[in-house]
Write a protein that binds this ligand. Structure first.
Ligand code: SF4
Ligand code: SF4
Length: 159
């Protein structure tokens, strides 16, 4: 993955860490509510090509049922156990991605629904992981760029 604005984003990460976490969370949440509805994930699928997806037992139950498969067959075909003992999808890109579209979109995993996690509190704790996907996820890119403006990052840089 091409890294873009790497040094600027590293400086921004340091800048944000000095800001009040709750204030940062409020701004991120507000920007995200504007940006997210403007981007159609069903036309993108970039995260599906790079994320390791954790799967819960109940999700394997639900999705195997949706696919009209036995749960054991679903697990055999699509799941492996990570080094940390978690159930994870056994391929990256995801098996269910077809031509940049999720073929189980309405039934996709919680982890897929939650990405890029910008609606959650404690943004500063996740900023390193968020910036890793800056170049591939248009939601992250636009939220981060707007966040730089709203926190006056560029003004501080000039001083
Ligand atoms: S289940 Fe769908 S949304 Fe989730 S990673 Fe796979 S293709 Fe993407
Ligand atoms: S990379 Fe971002 S914009 Fe693209 S599908 Fe994933 S969450 Fe949506």
């Amino acid at each position: 993955m091409a890294l873009i604005r790497e040094s600027e984003n590293e400086a921004f990460r340091t800048f944000l860490k000095k800001r009040d976490t709750e204030v940062v969370d409020k701004i991120v949440s507000k920007i995200n509510q504007t940006v997210e509805p403007l981007i159609d994930c069903t036309q993108c699928g970039a995260c599906c090509k790079g994320l390791m997806i954790n799967v819960t037992d109940s999700e394997s139950e639900d999705i195997s049922s949706h696919l009209k498969m036995k749960k054991e067959d679903f697990i055999e075909k699509y799941i492996e156990t990570s080094a940390g003992g978690m159930m994870v999808m056994n391929t990256i890109p995801c098996h269910f991605l077809n031509d940049s579209k999720c073929t189980i979109y309405e039934n996709r995993f919680k982890e897929c629904r939650d990405f890029p996690h910008l609606h959650k509190p404690n943004f500063n704790d996740r900023i390193f992981g968020t910036l890793i996907h800056y170049a591939i996820c248009p939601i992250i890119f636009n939220v981060i760029e707007q966040l730089k403006i709203e926190t006056k990052f560029f003004k501080e840089k000039e001083q």
